[in-house]
Design a protein around this ligand. Structure first.
Ligand code: PMP
Length: 358
């Protein structure tokens, strides 16, 4: 008789639970940092045409020349750098971690940080070091530099701004980390459309720097496209591990078309920022609430009882993220994604009511 999963599947994998996506049917969905806006009708029609003419009987061209040209033009990526495309930036993290996964290689990142940094390290069997942030979620550059000196990480991931806090770490702190790191440093700029600060310009200065981005937060979460930019020597190696047809034909075509209208996405990001500032101000008026300054499209808030607020909001039809799960510094924290003005009005009302329930 053949052995079942309990004999064959790694113990650490069997001990995990699958990535949990909360049911959101009929809810105001403010749990996943999506852009709440649809594309304007003329652009949707343009996409319809592009999709109708797509050669979906063929595999995608892995070099994706049209999208690459557009990305380079819109994002200001110089010809001296390579670009890696991923099925979301999730896949890029996975690829990079696999590439460095020789025995004993260490992955290092802030703590808390984007959950998938540690997950992919674990999948690859690598030790993962999370360097605790300060209680206000700023970077403890001294602790980070000490951890780098001690653990000599093969790769450092820094989310800039940080998820889940929304904090934009100091440029000087990050520059010191990149200069001190013995290996690769990946600056994850998933929330760049809102923060509007980047390390892209500093690729020339740091040979061990790779900048990673995604179109997900810009309003294209559904098509899954992430990219990483760095010296060709790095990108060439990552490309060997990339599944040959990882970005599908429809994604390549739609991303190219939408990026041709980048002004539309940029205007949406600007109104999300304006709403974030407004919501931040309103939340600060509520008693017993600590609001952490955010440069992303969400706000982290500490409340007296996170579970009560989360459940109270859910009962009122608003889905947010409860981060009170035992991760250090996140005690009684919830994360609110910025929605449309109407969604934010409902979010704020539900939040205030849930907070007042005792
Ligand atoms: N990096 C950070 C910091 C994120 O918060 C997320 C998504 N929540 C990702 C990367 C992954 O984004 P995607 O796979 O949609 O590109």
């Amino acid at each position: 008789m053949s052995a079942g999963p309990e004999k064959i599947i790694r113990d650490d994998i069997r001990a995990l639970s699958a990535y949990h996506v909360q049911p959101a049917q009929g809810m105001v969905k403010l749990d996943a940092m999506e852009n709440p806006y649809r594309l304007p009708e003329p652009l949707r029609r343009e996409i319809g045409e592009v999709v109708a003419n797509a050669e979906i009987n063929r595999y995608p061209d892995p070099t994706a020349p049209a999208l690459m040209r557009r990305l380079r033009e819109v994002m200001g990526i110089g010809p001296e750098y390579g670009v890696l495309l991923g099925n979301g930036s999730d896949e890029i993290i996975h690829i990079i971690v696999q590439c460095v996964a020789r025995p004993g290689a260490v992955v290092l990142a802030p703590r808390p940080a984007f959950f998938m940094f540690s997950q992919y390290a674990q999948f690859a069997g690598l030790p993962y070091v999370g360097v605790l942030l300060n209680p206000d979620f700023t970077l403890d550059a001294g602790a980070f530099l000490r951890a780098i000196a001690e653990r000599r990480p093969a790769v450092v991931f820094i989310d800039y701004p940080n998820n889940p806090s929304g904090t934009l770490f100091s440029d000087q702190g990050i520059a010191r980390i990149i200069a001190a790191a013995p290996g690769l440093v990946v600056i994850d700029e998933a929330y760049n459309p809102f923060a509007r600060k980047t390390f892209m310009m500093r690729l020339a200065e740091f040979p061990n720097l790779v900048v990673m981005r995604t179109l997900s937060k810009l309003g294209l979460a559904g098509i899954r496209l992430g990219y990483a930019v760095g010296r060709p020597e790095w990108i060439r190696e990552f490309n060997k591990v990339r599944p040959p047809y990882n970005v599908n034909v429809l994604t390549l075509l739609v991303a190219e078309r939408v990026l041709a209208h980048y002004d539309v996405l940029d205007a949406q990001a600007r109104s999300i920022n304006a709403e974030r500032e407004r919501l931040d101000g309103e939340l600060r008026k509520l008693p017993g609430v600590t609001v952490f300054p955010s440069d992303a499209n969400f706000i982290l808030v500490r409340v007296p009882d996170a579970r009560r607020v989360f459940e109270g909001m859910r009962r009122r039809g608003v889905l947010i993220k409860n981060l009170h799960t035992g991760v250090p510094l996140l005690d009684h924290c919830v994360r609110l994604t910025i929605g449309t003005p109407e969604e934010n009005r409902r979010c704020l009302a539900a939040f205030a009511e849930a907070l007042a329930e005792g």
